[in-house]
Design a protein around this ligand. Structure first.
Ligand code: SF4
Length: 187
């Protein structure tokens, strides 16, 4: 019997030369295309690399044994950036979160560093070493006092759509005013 001879009046199936399964002379069935693998998001990858770099930079600035701390004046600006100041009418940062790990602590919900002692944004004792004590430390909103600080006027449209930089303006005005008052000649 021929390879494609009819069986019970119906044409039989056969394998054609290209390896596809054919039904009695009809066109070959096309192969099912493989499911494409998801393409990694380059922005997500570069974001992760950026976070890792800034974390390494922060730990290097602390020193292995010396526990170096940032200048106190800079730390006060960072405190204002993260926690605000009700007396100055500056609210806490939109990225600040209350710690679940320890009551009375805060951490940054924007940077992805998590809720743990090394990333808390406040000290309870002089011995505590918080995120704001690192000589070099980055802020996702590039707020005043942080190593990657960017002036409000230089923020991009995309970032202005993502973040409310009203607080940044308030803090910049407050710092400018403080510097002016400090520099004013005494009479
Ligand atoms: S985004 Fe910056 S200013 Fe806001 S909580 Fe995080 S580190 Fe602090």
């Amino acid at each position: 019997m021929a390879d494609n001879a009819p069986i019970n009046g119906k044409p039989s199936n056969k394998i054609v030369a290209n390896g596809s399964w054919s039904k009695g002379g009809t066109s070959p069935r096309s192969a099912v295309p493989p499911t494409p693998l998801p393409t990694p998001d380059p922005n997500a990858i570069s974001g992760l690399i950026g976070k890792a770099k800034s974390l390494i930079d922060s730990y290097a600035s602390r020193g292995v044994t010396q526990n170096k701390r940032v200048d106190e004046a800079v730390k006060q600006v960072r405190i204002l950036s993260c926690h605000g100041n009700p007396e100055l009418g500056i609210s806490p940062c939109q990225g600040r979160r209350e710690s679940v790990a320890e009551a009375g602590r805060y951490f940054c919900g924007e940077c992805g560093c998590g809720d743990r002692a090394a990333t808390w944004l406040n000290n309870k004792t002089d011995e505590d070493y918080s995120k704001l004590d690192f000589p070099r430390v980055s802020c996702p909103m590039n707020m005043p006092g942080f190593t990657n600080y960017t002036e409000r006027s230089k923020e991009t449209v995309e970032r202005c759509m993502k973040y409310d930089f009203t607080r940044k303006e308030q803090i910049e005005r407050h710092i400018a005013l403080t510097i002016k008052q400090t520099d004013a000649p005494s009479v």
